[in-house]
Design a protein around this ligand. Structure first.
Ligand code: GDP
Length: 366
C-alpha cells in the first residue's frame, strides 16, 4: 500500500497528530495490517459521497477506503551524519511515497523547543538540510560510478552523469530535488525516479497551531506560508492538541458540538487525510450493491481491469467489461435503476481509465 510519512523535529506534535489520525480511523482497526507496526496507522479516508450512496442504496454495510500513515519520529539536526538514529530515520523516509512535514506554530512555554524559540521556517530548513545532505551523498556515489562508466562514451551514461551533476549543483543551492526542472525526456524522468531521492518526494506542510489560530492562522503560519510560497505545496493548519481531544470524544453528537463551538465544519484530521490521499495521487471508485457500498482506492491512471484487481485478482484475470456511471449522475438519477432507465450507464472495456467517483460493476468469467 502507498504510505505517507510524518516528519518534523522532535516536540512539534507529530505523535499527537499521528494518534489523532489513527484514532479517528479506528474503523479501520479490523483490517489485517492494522497491527503490523505501531508506527504505521491505517486511516479511514473520510468521503461525504459514501454517506450519499448509503442513503440511496440502503446497503447492509458501508466500507470506506483507507490510507497508511507512518510516524517517522526522531529526525534531528545531524541525522544525515548518523546523529541520533539518523540513518534509520532517513531509511524510513525512503520507504514512504509522500511526506507530511509538521512544523510547530504554537507558543507554549511548557513545551520545550529543541532549537530554542518557535520558528517554523528555521525548523523546516533544518529538516530540509538533513534530507538534502543525504541526497548529496546518494548523488556523489552515483556520480563516481557513472564517471567510471563514462570512459566508454555511452550516450545514456553521459546523459545520466550530466543529470547527476546538475542535481548536485541544484542541491548545493539548498533546493530540494522536487524543484529540479532539467529533465527533458521520459528516459530522464525514469532515471530521476530511480535515484529515489528523499527531497524528490511529494510533500505537504502541516502547521501545528494553538486552538485560537486554527481558522485565522498566526504570525508563525504567515511567515511559514511566505517562506514556502514558491514550492507549490499545500499548507494545512491544524491543532494537534485539539484533534487529539476530538478523537477522544466517543459520541458523534459530542464531536459535532465541539467542532461547532470552534467554528469548524469537520475535524482537521479529515483535511489532513484527504490531502495525503491527493498527494499520493490516489482516487476512489465505488461499488454499490444491497449487501455493501464500498469505496476502493486506485492510483490515478489505472485501467478498469487493474482497478477490479484491487477487489480480487480473479476479477482482473477474468475481466470482460465494466458497467459504469459517474457519481454525480448516479445521485441525480437516484441509483442504478434510474441510471439504467435513461441509458446513463456506459459499457467500458480493458483500456478504460477509471475516473475518481466512478460507480463500477465488473463482468468477468471465473
Ligand atoms: P513529537 O515529538 O513531534 O511527536 O511531539 P509530541 O506529539 O510528542 O508533542 C510534544 C509536546 O507538545 C507534547 O507535550 C504535546 O502535548 C505538545 N503539543 C502537541 N501539539 C500541541 C498543540 O497543538 N498545542 C500545544 N499547546 N501543545 C501541543
Amino acid at each position: 500500500a502507498l504510505q505517507c510519512g510524518i516528519v518534523g523535529l522532535p516536540n512539534v506534535g507529530k505523535s499527537t497528530l499521528f494518534n489523532a489520525l489513527t484514532q479517528a480511523g479506528a474503523l479501520a482497526a479490523n483490517y489485517p495490517f492494522a497491527t503490523k507496526d505501531p508506527n504505521v496507522g491505517v486511516v479511514t479516508v473520510p468521503d461525504y459521497r459514501l454517506d450519499k450512496l448509503e442513503e440511496i442504496v440502503q446497503p447492509q454495510k458501508t466500507v470506506p477506503t483507507t490510507v497508511e500513515i507512518v510516524d517517522i519520529a526522531g529526525l534531528i539536526r545531524g541525522a544525515s551524519k548518523g546523529e541520533g538514529l539518523g540513518n534509520q530515520f532517513l531509511a524510513n523516509i525512503r520507504e514512504v511515497n509522500a511526506i507530511m512535514h509538521v512544523v510547530r506554530c504554537f507558543d507554549d512555554g511548557n513545551v520545550t523547543h529543541v532549537d530554542g524559540g518557535v520558528d517554523p521556517v528555521r525548523d523546516k530548513e533544518t529538516i530540509d538540510l538533513e534530507l538534502i545532505f543525504k541526497d548529496m551523498e546518494t548523488l556523489e556515489k552515483r556520480k563516481q560510478r557513472l564517471q567510471k562508466l563514462a570512459k566508454a562514451l555511452d550516450r545514456t551514461v553521459l546523459r545520466q552523469l550530466k543529470i547527476v551533476e546538475e542535481l548536485i549543483a541544484h542541491l548545493e543551492q539548498e533546493q530540494p530535488a522536487r524543484s529540479f526542472d532539467e529533465l527533458d525526456s521520459e528516459d530522464d524522468e525514469k532515471f530521476f525516479k530511480e535515484l529515489q531521492l528523499l527531497t524528490a518526494k511529494p510533500i505537504i506542510y502541516i502547521c501545528n497551531v494553538d486552538e485560537a489560530s486554527v481558522l485565522t492562522g498566526n504570525e508563525h503560519t504567515e511567515k511559514f506560508k511566505a517562506a514556502v510560497a514558491k514550492e507549490n505545496a499545500e499548507v494545512i493548519l491544524v491543532s494537534a492538541a485539539i484533534e487529539a481531544d476530538i478523537a477522544e470524544l466517543e459520541e458523534e453528537e459530542e464531536r459535532k458540538e465541539f467542532l461547532a463551538d470552534m467554528g469548524l465544519e469537520e475535524p482537521g484530521v479529515n483535511r489532513v487525510i484527504r490531502a495525503c490521499y491527493n498527494l499520493l495521487e490516489l482516487i476512489t471508485y465505488f461499488t454499490a450493491g444491497e449487501k455493501e457500498v464500498r469505496a476502493w482506492t486506485i492510483r490515478r491512471g489505472t485501467k478498469a481491469p487493474q482497478a477490479a484487481g484491487v477487489i480480487h485478482s480473479d476479477i482482473e484475470r477474468g475481466f470482460i467489461k465494466a458497467r459504469t456511471v459517474a457519481y454525480e449522475k448516479f445521485v441525480e438519477l437516484g441509483g442504478w435503476k434510474g441510471a439504467q432507465e435513461v441509458g446513463a450507464m456506459r459499457q467500458e472495456g480493458k483500456e478504460y481509465l477509471v475516473q475518481d467517483g466512478d460507480l463500477l460493476e465488473f463482468m468477468h468469467n471465473t
